[in-house]
Design a protein around this ligand. Structure first.
Ligand SMILES: Cc1cc2nc3c(=O)[nH]c(=O)nc-3n(C[C@H](O)[C@H](O)[C@H](O)COP(=O)(O)O)c2cc1C
Length: 269
């Protein structure tokens, strides 16, 4: 990548300063009010496998879904969709595709977190449209270069892989001169990239539901082909995870929470 294209280092440089809501700036007074509550939410989230089957009020589900989409995403491209399997019929079919796990069959609600890396270009155009108020304002030069030049270079894929190979060689050569982002370059990288964003949304959704008083269970045990058919998803969409939610029955908590030793999981260097 030519040096002039490296817009990441000064991407915000020519934007007017935006200070945001002063009540939403993490600092010590924010921590005093919100830290203990957040710690409790994180502690309270457990994977629950048996629910009482009662539905969650629609307004709560909608709020939690909205909060889920506040998860960060790479270049803000938001390459995911969250499906709420709201109708009884679809929910039942979804639970069947989750291998009839009790975590799905007894749930009040069922969600599919879908990776939509294939929508990157569409999302990019929508995002630029929002940022420019449908063309009424201009993107700053560095942001424009980022979204119109760098991102398409990184995200595009050719079926034969020739462009991808050239890109990998280009990144390797450029990397000899200094730090450079080296992935994604191929379809596999793009899939990982998309699932990363979708997983962040999944965790936000579970924590939000917990904070609003409901239990959840993430599920990787599902028949992806059946879920895709049920949700009428295109071939390139992939289901990252299913999530069930509702009110736990006491027997729905299968046991204590086990974690590996912190020394195995956390490395301080
Ligand atoms: C991606 C993913 C897939 C999972 N799949 C299932 C599943 O299919 N069925 C299930 O009962 N639990 C599933 N779990 C839940 C894990 O078993 C659970 O998170 C783990 O045992 C830790 O327990 P905790 O969530 O209560 O802290 C899954 C969790 C994740 C993150």
């Amino acid at each position: 990548m030519a040096k002039k294209d490296n817009v990441l280092k000064d991407m915000q440089g020519d934007l007017p300063a935006y200070k945001g809501d002063p009540n939403l700036i993490p600092n010590q007074s924010f921590a005093k009010t919100n830290g203990p509550a957040f710690s409790k939410v994180v502690e309270a989230r457990r994977s629950i496998r048996v629910y009482d089957g009662k539905r969650i009020p629609e307004s709560t589900v909608k709020l939690c879904l909205k909060e889920a989409t506040l998860a960060p995403s790479s270049s803000n491209l938001q390459p995911y969709q969250v499906y709420w399997l709201k109708s009884d019929e679809i929910k039942k079919a979804g639970a069947y595709a989750c291998l009839k796990q009790p975590a799905a069959t007894t749930a009040g609600e069922l969600f599919a977190i879908v990776m939509r890396g294939d929508l990157w270009k569409q999302n990019l155009n929508k995002l630029v449209d929002i940022m420019t108020e449908s063309g009424k304002t201009e993107l700053s030069p560095s942001v424009k270069s980022y979204y119109r030049s760098l991102i398409p270079k990184i995200m595009s894929n050719d079926p034969l892989g020739i462009q991808n190979m050239m890109r990998r060689i280009g990144f390797t050569l450029a990397g000899l001169k200094g730090p450079i982002v080296r992935t994604p370059v191929n379809r596999g990288d793009h899939r990982v990239w998309g699932h990363v964003q979708a997983a962040l949304v999944a965790e936000n959704l579970m924590l939000s539901l917990t904070a609003h008083g409901y239990d959840t269970c993430p599920m990787g045990g599902f028949d992806e082909a059946r879920i895709k058919k049920l949700l009428k998803l295109p071939a390139k969409a992939e289901v990252t995870m299913m999530i069930s939610a509702g009110n736990r029955k006491p027997e729905g908590l299968y046991g204590p929470r086990y974690r590996l030793d912190s020394d195995d999981l956390i490395k301080i260097i």
